[in-house]
Design a protein around this ligand. Structure first.
Ligand SMILES: O=P(O)(O)O[C@H]1O[C@H](CO)[C@@H](O)[C@H]1O
Length: 233
């Protein structure tokens, strides 16, 4: 999509071997859901143990400000309610079980580690924790939809990530999810604001340096055996 480079970059980050997707596939681009999540299985086969998934999202929680970073503690998979789940079809036993658990989708130790690192870097003022809701896109939400999602328990809304999380958990990868609140979802009929992709890209650029620092510091602290340095375990 415009704004995503569409590259796969291999290297080391703070001494840790990493592979980084510079961009992702989205359902609304017309890709089948298995293709959207295909890179996750490639990562598994490459020996990856931990994935850090990031996205741009609209803020539904009235306490959120543009530029906040929301650590994802849970998700609402709305396309999934209609049967649009990346695991639909014959189960690939070599990756995981038919009915994977999702109540532990977002690794609590990694989430705690992200909070600790965020605080150390002085980012606490703009770091939140909340529930991400995925929709199919590409149209942004109506006011009624935003109000409904917020009442259903969503703090942020976007068009990605959740499918990747489901496939990652199915094959046993540990997941940390980060949403950058790039815009406030319009919840009020009096509002003159309009969701637009340019604002999304602009907010992304403004926070890029801090997000890079957060992720790279965190990566430095995650041990290859999935333990963490300096977080009490
Ligand atoms: O979720 P990512 O890929 O960060 O992008 C978000 O931003 C785009 C809308 O501006 C949509 O693709 C939405 O999902």
């Amino acid at each position: 999509v415009h704004g995503h480079a569409g590259r796969l970059i291999f290297g080391t980050l703070n001494g840790k071997p990493c592979v980084c997707m510079q961009g992702r596939f989205h359902l609304y681009e017309g890709y089948p859901i298995w293709k959207v999540t295909f890179p996750i299985r490639i990562f598994k086969l490459l020996g990856v143990q931990t994935v850090i998934l990031t996205n741009a999202a609209g803020g539904l929680n009235q306490d959120y400000k543009v530029g906040d970073v929301m650590l994802i503690k849970d998700h609402l998979n709305l396309p999934g309610f209609a049967g649009n789940n990346p695991l639909v079809g014959p189960n690939e036993e070599r990756f995981g079980v038919r009915f994977p658990c999702m109540s532990d989708a977002y690794d609590r130790d990694l989430l705690k580690a992200a909070q600790v690192v965020g605080a150390e870097l002085g980012y606490s003022d703009f770091m939140k924790e909340g529930v991400y809701c995925v929709l199919g896109g590409p149209s942004f939400e109506t006011i009624a939809e935003c109000r409904m999602l917020n009442r259903l328990g969503a703090d942020a809304v976007g068009m990605s990530t959740v499918h990747e999380v489901i496939v990652a958990r199915h094959c046993g990868l540990r997941v940390l999810g980060l949403s950058l609140i790039t815009n406030k979802a319009v919840m009020d009929y009096e509002s003159e604001e309009r969701a637009n992709h340019e604002e999304v890209l602009q907010t992304g650029k403004q926070r890029a340096e801090q997000l890079e620092k957060l992720v790279s510091t965190l990566v430095a602290r995650v041990e290859l055996n999935n333990n963490y340095c300096g977080f009490g375990d």
